[in-house]
Structures are given as C-alpha cells and as structure tokens.
Design a protein around this ligand. Structure first.
Ligand code: T4K
Length: 367
C-alpha cells in the first residue's frame, strides 16, 4: 500500500485563514509593522501567562534568541552542553566564540546526564546549556544545584518544550534563561520566532539592547547589538495560534496515545517513558530502533519512504560528527552516539489522521 499524499514529520498549525486576514487590518491601520508594536506587546502578555513565567522577551527566531541569551549572560571560555540536539544549540555556542564541552546523555530520556556534568567542569567553565530534548524536562533541580555550587550560569534550550510544566511550574522558570522556539515545525508557532524567559527582571533591558542594535535612545548606543526583533506579522500569527494551542496539544496527545497503543509491544522498538508529573506537549514522537527489531533504523526509514512516509532522524548525525566540528572539542558521548544512530521521529501533528497513524504503524509492524 502506498499513500498518495506524502506524510512528512509534521505540519504547522495554522489558525482559520479569515482570522489572520481580519487581524492584518490592525497592522494596515496602525502602520506599525515591527519594532515592538501593539500586537507584539499583546502577545508578550498572553505568552507570559500561558508559559507561567514572569519575564519574557520575544525574538525573531529561536536561534537568535539563544545567541542573545549567551551574550546577555556574558559567558566566556567553556560551556558544558549535549551533543544530542539540533545544530542550533552548538552553533550558538561556537558562533559566540565559546568552546562547547560535550556531556553524554541519559539512556532513559536522551537529555544531558546530570551525573556526568561535574566531572567536566574546569576553571574555564562559565555555563551549562542543556536541552529539554523532544520536550522532556532535564533534571532541572540537580542541574540548577550544580550550577549554583560552581557559580555557573544555566541557559536551557527549551526549543521543544513550549507549554511543558513540571507539576504546575512552567519549564521556563528554571535556570537563568530558557529559550523557546516558535518555528513553524513546533507545537506553537509564530511562523519563525523565539522567546527568552528569565528569572532576573533586570535582564529585560540587556536582551532588548541586544535584539535592537544596542540602541538605548536616539542619542545613545550602548553596545554592538544585532537586529532580532519579532515583527507584527509574526506576533499576529502567535496571538491567533495561542487561542488554539491547548486544543493542538490535546489533539497531539490523542495521536501519541494511538501510536503507543500500536507500538508499545514491538520487540526492538523503544518509546520514551510517560511521566504523570509532567504536563507534556507531545512535540515529537521518537522511536529508537534496536537490534532486536531485525532491521536497522536506516532500513526502516527507507521502507517507510517507499510508502510515502517521511520520518526524520532527529538528531543524526551527532553534533560531534558534523564536518565542521569533528575532532575539535572535548567529550566522550557513547550513549548519544548509540541513540543518534537508532532514533527516528515519526510524523506527529494535531491534525494527523488516525488512519495515517494506523498506516505508519502497519509498516513498522511489518504487516
Ligand atoms: N534548539 C533546538 C533543540 C532546536 O530543535 C531548534 C530548532 C533550535 C534550537 C532553533 O530554533 P529556531 O531558530 O528554528 O526557532 C526543523 C526546524 O527548522 C527547526 O526549527 C527545528 N529546531 C528542527 C528540529 O527542525 P528541519 O531542517 O528539519 O526543517 P524542515 O524544513 O525540513 O521541516 C520538517 C518538515 O516539516 C518538512 O518535511 C515539512 C514540514 N514543514 C516545514 C516547514 C518549515 C511544513 O509543512 N511547513 C513548513 O513551513 O529543521
């Protein structure tokens, strides 16, 4: 059986077309297209509430947000991070003139292994940049305690973790700064976009300066900032999508439950564990294909492609195997290599049909 319509790893959520065109009238009327306009400010307040954070800045995309976070905290020397992530995390560190030091990951949730961080700290270490991979929270209590003990900063790459809560505490309240991505492929999007949530309210001005050329006022330029402002069109998309995000997450939850129903008992197909204490966002649906399955991850990916199904190997290749990074940085990460070689993210979005999930699982089940 082959689908007529290709099934990609995700589809962006879009609000009703008329709501967007109606919203555009606000921009035409105000003539404010960017530079912290009224829609930006409305979205900012809405997102603070939704994410359960006190301080938030909205940035043009998640990657720029990460670079701005690093610059704002004035990191130097070495930064301990994970190699099991999207290129952006390491690129932000390297592009800021810092040296990434790679810490291995946990085999149960693929996040940085907090028990291995302290061994990597040297006198040059200034920060830890963990990633809440696939939206699963890192062991934030332990990581924040390590940072405190060694006077290090913590920036969480929460690109995948929009709306995630531990108990009833927003994931963006941990560490010094958390970065959210609002890219089209995420649970919640502003087309492109990102956010920085932070604990110290005084950082708001520092972030603002860095995203707006360092301009304090018309006559005072304080630092060589970049241009990373979220514009009003992005903010409008964000404002409308915010109304639907809980619905999107609930729809994803149902689809993830269906995947689990079909796939939880297949030898050699490993799923992420569920946790009652976490409010999840169901951003990704990774499976890890081990030897017992009888086919490699790559063979399974090819088989799915033959059925017009296009899962993604997030995150392969491992960052330390990138052409630009191979052999350059410290860190022995066998667990990360094991998972990168075997992981496959299956298609997931709120509107994926139950039938599509059934077809995907049938291919995996070999039926
Ligand atoms: N840190 C982490 C841990 C991240 O994962 C990311 C981004 C960042 C930082 C940086 O945040 P941003 O600067 O991006 O805000 C995608 C996304 O572009 C990227 O945002 C994301 N992580 C990464 C994991 O995935 P690609 O190169 O895989 O995207 P692409 O274009 O192949 O899209 C995947 C599929 O989605 C397509 O096959 C079809 C569908 N799609 C995509 C787009 C863009 C659509 O249907 N419509 C669309 O508009 O990177």
């Amino acid at each position: 059986m082959k689908n007529n319509e290709p099934i990609y790893v995700t589809k962006p959520f879009l609000p009703p077309f008329e709501e967007f065109t109606e919203g555009l009238k606000r921009i035409w009327d105000s003539k404010l297209l960017t530079n912290f306009g009224p829609i930006y400010n409305e979205l900012l307040e809405g997102l603070k509430k939704y994410l359960g954070v006190e301080n938030l800045s909205l940035i043009v995309n998640g990657h720029q947000a990460l670079e701005i976070a690093i610059s704002t905290l004035q990191l130097s020397g070495e930064v301990i991070t994970t190699p099991f992530t999207f290129a952006s995390t390491t690129h932000a560190i390297v592009r800021s003139g810092l040296e990434p030091v790679f810490c291995d990951i946990r085999m149960d949730n693929y996040n940085i292994d907090e028990t291995k961080i302290e061994d990597l700290i040297t006198e040059k270490t200034s920060a830890i940049i963990p990633v809440h991979v696939y939206g699963t929270p890192c062991n934030v209590e332990v990581i924040d305690a390590i940072a405190k003990r060694h006077h290090l900063k913590v920036i969480y790459d929460a690109a995948h973790a929009f709306g995630v809560k531990i108990g009833d505490q927003g994931i963006g309240t941990y560490g010094d700064i958390s970065m959210f991505s609002f890219h089209a492929t995420k649970v919640y999007n502003t087309i492109e976009g990102g956010g920085l949530a932070f604990s110290n309210a005084e950082l708001a001005r520092e972030i603002y300066l860095r995203q707006n050329f360092g301009i304090a006022n018309a006559e005072e330029i304080l630092l060589p900032g970049t241009n990373a402002k979220m514009n009003e069109f992005q903010a409008l998309m964000g404002l409308l999508n915010l109304k639907y995000v809980e619905q999107e997450i609930n729809n994803r939850k149902k689809k993830v439950e269906l995947y689990r129903h079909y796939l939880s008992k297949i030898p050699g197909i490993k799923l992420l564990p569920n946790s009652e204490k976490i409010k999840q966002n169901y951003a990704y649906f990774p499976i890890v294909v081990t030897e017992e399955y009888g086919m490699t991850r790559d063979e399974l990916a090819v088989k799915l492609q033959k059925h017009n199904i296009f899962p993604r190997k997030y995150f392969y290749p491992l960052i330390t195997d990138f052409t630009c990074y191979r052999g350059r940085y410290r860190g022995d990460t066998p667990n990360a290599r094991y998972i990168a070689d075997r992981v496959l993210c299956l298609p997931i979005w709120g509107g994926i049909s139950e039938n599509m999930i059934y077809e995907i699982c049938q291919v995996i089940l070999g039926e």
